[in-house]
Write a new protein. Structure first.
Length: 184
């Protein structure tokens, strides 16, 4: 059902094989650091479509330019975002996500006042557009097959399933702590 609803993040569209394998150069180093970042709106509401989607893509690209991280791939779906970036060794995923999520939440809710209410009719204003958590996976040329397989497996799925414990209980998009602590 979801396969007809919208197409998922497709690495062949972005020629990720080449982009992942690219070794970049800093003033005193050579590096290949890539992060696959996924985050969702609060309550996984389907808010990211039409003009909101277009503006969001521009804001994300602008923030990545400010952070000096290279956008390798970007897909905005109605209820989640895939961002694949190439970063420097001094860039931490936390800082990248914090700036992008914070800035996009503020700017989008200034442009589209209805996003403050997340499509609820209660009149309650929500303090943020995004859910608290996010997924971040690292990828370099060594693990490009694993990233490609993971992304290809997402075709037609409701929730992103990625198991860090060797089972399918942990789902990206389900940011509850109980799922993470049960395995220990």
């Amino acid at each position: 059902m979801t396969a007809q609803q919208y197409k998922h993040f497709n690495p062949s569209t972005y020629n990720l094989d080449v982009k992942i394998a690219t070794v970049r150069t800093g003033s005193h180093c050579k590096f290949n650091i890539n992060y696959h970042i996924i985050w969702i709106p609060k309550y996984r509401k389907k808010l990211l479509y039409g003009k909101v989607k277009m503006v969001l893509e521009q804001i994300i690209r602008g923030q990545c330019e400010d952070l000096k991280v290279e956008v390798l791939a970007l897909e905005v779906m109605p209820d989640h975002i895939h961002l694949f970036v190439g970063a420097k060794p001094t860039d931490t995923p936390y800082k990248i996500v914090k700036q992008i999520k914070g800035n996009t939440s503020i700017q989008l809710r200034r442009c589209f006042k209805w996003l403050k209410y997340l499509h609820f009719n209660t009149g309650k204003v929500f303090d943020s557009l995004w859910a608290v958590g996010y997924y971040c996976g690292s990828a370099g040329h060594v693990s490009q097959e694993a990233v490609r397989r993971y992304i290809n497996e997402q075709q037609g799925k409701d929730v992103f399933e990625y198991s860090i414990f060797g089972n399918n209980e942990v789902k990206i998009g389900d940011f509850t702590q109980t799922k993470l602590t049960e395995g220990f």
